[in-house]
Design a protein around this ligand. Structure first.
Ligand code: ATP
Ligand code: MG
Length: 273
């Protein structure tokens, strides 16, 4: 435990980057999340699976500050030598600054902005001037803006979207729109990247490219990934550990080979019959 560590690091030798404890979310009479514990190991891909409506997206929304969970806490361990912090109650933009970035189940791009502008919007959270300060356009702001453009363009080069930098986002093929959303999230320089069904709507070759992209991000950017996905072949391929939700509860956790043959998981997917 580092001197300023307010939240003890979990035992067991796992180097965690994020630990969500006892997360619950109630909508009216519906318990969408029910006391879920989920941790993410540093520099790994962790998957979150479960039938439709089992609470996966709700979990993302609670962790990233879009929803205020009814109960629970999320502890971030930014690095081994940095003190842990609680993300509880922080607004979504502050949570992004602390190092969590996400994509959405239904793509949320600024359709009428260019590819580069979409990435720049992600980048703004790392700029001192901020979106509105940029309006003053003094020398320092202009220099920062130029650096932001360079950073964003470099990301487009790395992820093969530079040729489309000046295209409107809405004109990109669907697979590239999904990729752009991930690149925009990367522009925030996240420590943890949460992907909500990134393979939804992709064809076989686009899904294969996504698998390579996820592996690349983990290895090159040193980003820990939490992946919600229904494509089981993708999940089993890239994940070190899998969590399974059913009706808002955590029903199983473990490595892919265990999860695949867990009777509770099979039953959750196939139903009672
Ligand atoms: N804002 C909300 N208000 C009311 N109910 C909600 C809200 N958001 C989610 N729910 C409900 O919470 C439950 C969990 O939904 P959630 O979207 O988290 O499921 P999911 O596991 O992501 O499903 P899918 O695989 O279909 O995306 C569902 O019953 C859903 O209708
Ligand atoms: Mg969902």
């Amino acid at each position: 435990m580092s001197p300023a560590d307010q939240y003890p690091r979990p035992k067991g030798g796992h180097d965690l980057i994020l630990n969500a404890i006892g997360m619950s979310m109630v909508f009216g009479g519906l318990v969408a999340l029910n006391g879920v514990n989920l941790s993410i190991e540093r520099d790994s891909v962790t998957a979150l699976i479960g039938p439709n409506g089992s609470g996966k997206t709700t979990f993302f929304n609670c962790v990233t500050g879009i929803y205020k969970p009814t109960r629970g806490d999320v502890i971030l361990y930014p690095a081994a030598n940095l003190p842990s912090i609680s993300l509880k109650g922080l607004p979504a933009d502050v949570i992004t600054q602390r190092g969590l970035a996400r994509t959405f189940q239904n793509i949320r791009l600024f359709n009428n902005l260019t590819v580069l502008e979409n990435v720049l919007i992600g980048r703004h959270c790392r700029m001192e001037a901020g979106l509105w300060g940029a309006l003053t356009r003094n020398k320092k702001t202009r220099a920062e803006e130029a650096a932001g453009i360079e950073y964003s363009f470099d990301l487009l080069v790395t992820y093969g979207l530079d040729a489309m930098a000046n295209e409107l986002a809405k004109n990109l093929p669907y697979g590239d729109q999904r990729r752009l959303e991930i690149v925009r999230a990367l522009a925030t320089e996240p420590k943890v990247l949460l992907l909500d069904e990134p393979a939804a709507g992709l064809n076989i070759s686009e899904t294969a490219a996504l698998r390579d992209l996820i592996t690349h991000i983990r290895e090159r950017e040193k980003v820990s990934i939490l992946l919600i996905e229904h494509d089981m072949s993708l999940v089993m391929n890239v994940s070190k550990k899998i969590y399974v939700f059913d009706y808002g509860r955590l029903i199983a956790e473990g490595p892919p080979e265990e999860i695949q043959r867990d009777p509770k998981v099979i039953k959750a997917y196939l139903g009672e019959d």
